[in-house]
Design a protein around this ligand. Structure first.
Ligand code: C2O
Length: 548
């Protein structure tokens, strides 16, 4: 591989959407941010300079960061934030990955505007295991807020209520013509007839899983989270925040004399308020000079039919179709002999309202969220530094509960919904093969939670509804061709089982990628210890690592 250099200047930029102009944090004044393009095996050196008043960090979502945990990015987990006027150089190599990933800010809610694609091409002269596309197009789904998301979350955390929802969803930063005052802010995909396009889909939205579809066109899924899958055709997709997917779009073999809407809107299982609007872009066929779309009157316009907002049946069917290629060239190395079985509940809960305050959460309490009833408390020093320099004692405790106190997780909620607070971690020796069951709870209503694990890909070996049964459910696990990914939706009112090999020393964050839930504490971290060999050890920190 080669070394590729990028410079990210984090700076404010005036951007207008829905007729509202806001000064928003951006990278290099771009919204969405610049593309990173590299090949498998390349080294990326990205110099980040912070020119905005907020502390900031950048996370390279889905990049494994083998031995380079210092470049992973979550604030107070692998690094102290980059303060105003400071610089930090992220330096890492892309090992064994190709496809689409993305980068985003990883402190507070700054990722609402600081995000962009990471395009990883296969090594030179290595073909895709599918039709060579005529063109490749990144499509990033996001959210637009008319007011500052930083103010929204800080107010929500103070009052204990649910944060205000966004004002629009976006495709490549553009809300599209279904919103007021947004006609000119429409993403247009101009295509030729009879060609194959590779769409690199990313869900960068803060708080919503999204359905996606293009009217009158079939999509072929070929990869998720930068791992190839057995291709299958579908006309609709569901994609959770954090997830990515490469899909092939084959255009019609003739000039269709029509335009087609590209649309996305949320998949919602929770009880809270949400933005139920629809973002749209336009797929437009270009043809011979004489038949330019503009010269053809009354082009027909088709809209796709998206699933109903709470269509869990569709989501289950769709996710069950995702399978690893499992070929000699792209094997599914599913861990077989499990060293550690872990069971985590994920869900919402409450914190008591402070005295002399009125709170806007359930029954006058404050909203909270937890993993195994531990609501993660962000430390004031970075966990990775504390671990590496042997100063863990005043920053975290290594006693995260690896199983849940039993109750009927998906039944009538218990009377006591109060969570515990803590900065507690699970410690795994190098090369532990781990199986983790993530169980949704119905404590404040069952809800799908897209769980993201940093530093690893994992295999999704099983999923189901109701309470996980350790005696029955493992018999149906797929150990042959389970999908491999970095972010998985825990089904609403159900569970998912994942397996991974702890072959990457460092401290690795795991959290719900719905930002409201992360803010409420639905997050935890793992410590993976060094192995014996030199290539099994975390490298020393770079000299410009920010201080807290
Ligand atoms: Cu895409 Cu920890 O995040």
């Amino acid at each position: 591989g080669i070394v590729r250099h990028y410079k990210f200047d984090i700076e404010l930029k005036k951007v207008t959407r829905l007729c509202r102009t806001r000064s928003i944090p951006t990278v290099n004044g771009q919204f969405p941010g610049p593309r990173i393009v590299a090949r498998e095996g390349d080294r990326l050196v990205i110099k980040v300079v912070n020119h905005i008043p907020n502390n900031v960090t950048i996370h390279w979502h889905g990049i494994r960061q083998l031995q380079t945990g210092w470049a992973d990015g979550p604030a107070y987990v692998t690094q102290c934030p980059i303060q105003t006027g400071q610089t930090y150089v992220y330096n890492f190599t892309i090992v064994g990955q190709r496809g689409t990933l993305w980068w985003h800010a990883h402190s507070s809610w700054l990722r609402s505007t600081i995000y962009g694609p990471i395009i990883i091409l296969p090594q030179l002269n290595v073909p895709y295991p599918f039709t060579k596309p005529y063109k490749e197009v990144p499509i990033i789904l996001g959210e637009w807020f008319n007011t500052d998301p930083e103010a929204i979350i800080s107010q929500a955390l103070q009052t204990g209520g649910g944060p205000n929802v966004s004002d629009a969803y976006t495709i490549n930063g553009l809300p599209g013509p279904l919103y007021n005052c947004s006609k000119k802010d429409t993403f247009k995909l101009k295509v030729k007839q009879g060609k194959t396009y590779l769409l690199r889909l990313i869900n960068a939205a803060l708080n919503d899983e999204l359905f996606f579809s293009i009217a009158n066109h079939t999509l072929t899924i070929v990869d998720v989270d930068a791992v190839y899958v057995k291709p299958f055709k579908t006309d609709k997709i569901v994609i959770a925040p954090g997830q990515t997917s490469n899909v092939l779009l084959k255009t019609k073999p003739y000039y269709p004399k029509a335009t087609f809407f590209i649309e996305a809107r949320p998949y919602v299982t929770g009880l809270g308020t949400f933005d139920n609007s629809t973002t749209s872009g336009i797929l437009e066929y270009v043809t011979l000079e004489s038949e330019k779309p503009s010269s053809i009157k009354n082009l027909k316009l088709f809209r796709p039919i998206l699933p109903p907002l709470n269509d869990t049946a569709f989501v289950t069917k769709f996710t069950n179709k995702l399978r690893s290629l499992a070929t000699p060239q792209f094997p599914a190395n599913v861990p077989r002999n499990i060293d550690r079985h872990l069971f985590f509940t994920v869900g919402l809960g409450t914190k008591p309202c402070p005295v002399n305050q009125t709170c806007q959460g359930p029954n006058g309490t404050m909203f909270a969220a937890s993993v195994n009833n531990v609501s993660f408390v962000q430390p004031t020093k970075a966990l990775l530094q504390a671990h590496y320099f042997g100063q863990s004692h005043d920053v975290y405790t290594p006693d995260f509960p690896t199983t849940a106190a039993p109750f009927n997780f998906t039944g009538t909620p218990p009377n006591n919904t109060v969570v515990n607070n803590g900065t507690r971690l699970v410690v795994l020796p190098f090369n532990t093969s781990a199986e983790l069951v993530l169980q949704d709870t119905s404590i404040l209503g069952a809800e799908s939670h897209p769980l993201h694990l940093h530093g690893f890909n994992f295999f999704v070996v099983g999923q189901g509804f109701g309470n996980y049964d350790p005696n029955k459910d493992p018999k149906n696990f797929n150990l042959v061709d389970p999908v491999e990914r970095n972010t998985v939706g825990v089904p609403s009112g159900g569970w998912v089982a994942i397996r991974f090999l702890a072959d990457n020393p460092g401290v690795w964050f795991m959290h719900c990628h719905l930002e409201a839930h992360t803010s409420w504490g639905l997050k935890m971290a793992w410590v993976v210890l060094d192995g014996k060999l030199p290539n099994q050890k975390l490298l020393p920190p770079p000299s410009d690592l920010p201080k807290c």
